[in-house]
Design a protein around this ligand. Structure first.
Ligand code: GLN
Length: 244
């Protein structure tokens, strides 16, 4: 049984990020892979041995502050899971909490997990719009589409790779030209949508890692993604038409 664990989805799932969980679950089911989703509620403790993929969605500043202490308490379990090859997909507010801290527009500092060397400081305005990103994964380049809505500007530490290069939209800070972060199988991104329905390549990358962790075949049989790709094409066109 493949085990997908969303962290605090009752608080961190703004802009339908819970859809990422549904996509991983459904793409496993379409392939006949038994799968279970076990949300970690606020106050619960993560069992690192009971997760094959961990997802954290986005949230308002107050939601992030509400979960920060509980999430930090899960750092030993998260480090253990990550060291064991469990993929982590963190979106927006969840991405920010992968880092050392998020300082909001009022100056309130919400501490993060420090799992990835990055810091986030809210800017004077929000970065909102459709986004198109080029992602280099191994020897291939993939397109990632979606939308973003965040005040935070994220600075990656010296040794941290961005997830991709912004072709349209703001990305990490609206200046660097980079979006997200990737530290082995830990992926952070500002891209909502939810992210995975229109980016099936990324869904299958995370699903393949999860299967590998579970000792299941990681070379997933291709699915008919024609509809997903039509949606991705439309989103890319909108992002390019809006290019700042
Ligand atoms: N509250 C954070 C910000 O405004 C994250 C927002 C989000 O998750 N969409 O930057």
């Amino acid at each position: 049984m493949l085990r997908i664990v969303p962290l605090y989805p009752e608080l961190l799932s703004i802009y339908a990020d819970r859809g990422n969980v549904r996509v991983l679950e459904q793409r496993a089911r379409w392939r006949g892979i038994p799968v279970a989703v076990s949300p970690l509620p606020l106050g619960g403790d993560l069992d690192p041995g009971a997760a094959d993929a961990i997802l954290i969605g986005g949230g308002q500043d107050r939601d992030q502050a509400l979960v920060a202490e509980a999430l930090i308490a899960q750092v030993p379990a998260l480090r253990s899971a990550i060291a064991d090859g469990v993929p982590v997909l963190a979106v927006c507010g969840g991405y920010q909490l992968l880092g050392h801290a998020y300082v909001d527009q009022s100056g309130q500092r919400t501490p993060g997990t420090g799992l990835v060397d990055l810091e986030t400081q809210a800017g004077p305005d929000r970065l909102i719009g459709n986004v198109l990103v080029d992602v280099a994964i191994g020897d291939r380049t993939e397109r990632m589409v979606g939308f973003e809505n965040h005040a935070g500007r994220t600075a990656l530490g010296a040794g941290v790779e961005p997830l991709g290069r912004v072709l349209a939209g703001a990305g990490n800070d609206g200046v660097s030209g980079f979006e997200g972060c990737r530290a082995d199988r830990v992926i952070g991104t500002y891209v909502h949508g939810p992210l995975l329905p229109k980016n099936p390549w990324l869904a299958d990358l995370v699903l393949g890692w999860a299967c590998e962790h579970r000792g299941l075949p990681a070379d997933l049989e291709p699915l008919d993604d024609r509809l997903e790709l039509v949606a991705a094409d439309a989103a890319a066109d909108i992002a390019l038409a809006e290019r700042r």
